[in-house]
Write a protein that binds this ligand. Structure first.
Ligand code: NAD
Ligand code: ZN
Length: 434
């Protein structure tokens, strides 16, 4: 299916759709016990963080495992925004526990930590072995992991359906990750009730992550722009925009345009929180098959080089830039620049998000989308660009260095982004409003 795209010789002509088995709806977290049992669980390593440990959804999962007669050993000290050190601690726990099945209850931080623990307990190796090159060795994950039932509690990352685990590599001052289809959880139990205890700040930040997953996958290079894999090499997970990811992106953007502000501003608006959770799931499946690009590549250094910024609403009171925030501060600058490659997609996205596109021409698409994003950022308490989290001209070289290492993401952008282009994108993200 060429989808209207010219097929160049040697380029890709097909795409693959992968996702975890997904159950979505109120109360489904309480299905964790029977699901784990059906996967053969006798002894489960149950991952969460200190705050989620106290929530009703964690209790529902633990009670369900108990009712199913599954022995659960709890690891409740997952670090919010994990690091190589916190991954290493979780891996040691997993090796000691000798679980046959993994269950995670939490946001992306918990689910990613559980993926890493499962990986290194199942296929032991040095931490950097499986980490994406050039930061790590990029060794292939050799085979399947133990079953993993993921129960997301933020309307955010989509980690429950992706084969990615992200951490902050402290020595480098940048985030990096591990990417393999084997990391994708076996089952995702997406229970919107979990989001009712989320602080508004987390709904905002993780919702902007979702928004950017959808926008980046929708505006990535298309799958037909990539060279076809040679021999029996598998397709990369970052395949580029394709008809399947487009479906999820469009619906996620439509839902966010309608419900995102309500979900943040009114904690009692359960319908808006449920729709935002569904948008997160859809965008997760979309970007898990299409891949994100520049805003995420840049986010990895915005988060990794943090100096003094401490966000409100998060359980750790040390400096950090929450993932969604570290992404969205770059987004208006990037989309102003990428609009020339697919103005109609940028315009369509702006319209789904509620921008007034009447009378606008293709040359206006970047500005219209960027303005709508800036408007939402200001309304929903995001920092005013990367300046708002403490960066200025003196930091550009370091920011570029960290982002340039994210070759898996940058190669998914609609144009070649070298160091000079990255510097321009960071400069365009310093400040968005007076
Ligand atoms: N694997 C992937 O595909 C992928 C994609 C995007 C981001 N990520 C990673 O995921 C992490 C961010 O995850 P996140 O945005 O989901 O947030 P998070 O897991 O970092 O949690 C954010 C905060 O919300 C709290 N929290 C979570 N659920 C709660 C609930 N139901 N009630 C009350 N408090 C709750 C946590 O304790 C924490 O303080 C980052 O490390 C990011 O890099 C991974
Ligand atoms: Zn993200």
């Amino acid at each position: 299916m060429a989808c209207g795209h010219f097929l160049a010789d040697g380029n890709e002509a097909a795409f693959t759709v992968d996702a975890s088995r997904i159950t979505f709806g109120h109360g489904c977290a309480a299905e964790a016990g029977p699901r784990a049992r059906a996967l053969g669980a006798k002894r489960v390593a149950l991952f969460t963080d200190a705050r989620v440990h106290e929530t009703p959804v964690f209790k529902a999962v633990r009670d369900s495992l108990e009712r199913a007669g599954v022995d659960a050993v709890v690891y409740s000290t997952v670090r919010v925004e994990p690091t190589d050190a916190s991954f290493t601690d979780a891996i040691a726990f997993a090796k000691e526990t000798r679980a046959d099945t993994y269950v995670s209850v939490g946001g992306g931080s918990v689910i990613d930590t559980c993926k890493a623990a499962n990986l290194y307990a199942t296929h032991p190796a040095d931490l950097l072995d499986y980490v994406n090159a050039p930061v790590g060795l990029g060794r292939k994950v050799p085979a399947k992991l133990a079953p993993h039932v993921a129960c997301p509690t933020t309307s955010g990352t989509g980690s429950e359906v992706t084969g990615i685990a992200v951490f902050d590599y402290l020595a480098l001052g940048a985030k990096t990750g591990i990417a393999s289809p084997h990391l994708r959880p076996t089952e995702a139990l997406v229970d919107p009730e979990a989001t009712l205890t989320l602080p508004s700040e987390v709904v905002a930040s993780s919702g902007f992550d979702v928004l950017s997953h959808a926008l980046e996958s929708f505006t990535a290079r298309t799958f037909t722009d990539r060279a076809a894999p040679t021999g029996d090499a598998p397709r990369p997970m970052s395949q580029g925009a394709n008809p399947w990811s487009d479906l999820g992106c469009r619906e996620a953007l439509r839902l966010l345009g309608k419900y995102f502000e309500r979900a943040v501003l009114d904690p009692n608006d359960a319908a808006a929180r449920e729709r935002t959770m569904w948008a997160a799931t859809l965008a997760g499946i979309a970007f898990g098959n299409a891949g994100v690009h520049a805003p995420h590549a840049m986010a990895y250094s915005v988060a990794g080089l943090v100096k003094e910024f401490v966000p409100s609403g998060y359980s750790q009171d040390e400096p950090m830039v929450p993932h969604g925030m570290s992404v969205i501060v770059n987004a208006p600058s990037v989309f102003r620049t990428t609009a020339r490659f697919s103005p109609e997609r940028h315009m369509e996205a702006a319209a789904w998000l509620g921008a007034d596109t009447r009378g606008a021409g293709p040359g206006d698409a970047g500005e219209i989308l960027a303005d709508r994003l800036v408007d939402l950022m200001a309304k929903l308490g995001m920092p005013n660009g990367i300046g708002g989290v403490g960066y200025g001209e003196a930091d550009v070289a370091a920011l570029v260095k960290g982002a340039a290492a994210q070759t898996r993401l940058l190669s998914n952008a609609p144009y070649v982004i070298g160091d000079a282009a990255l510097a321009e994108l960071f400069r365009g993200a310093f400040q968005y409003w007076a």
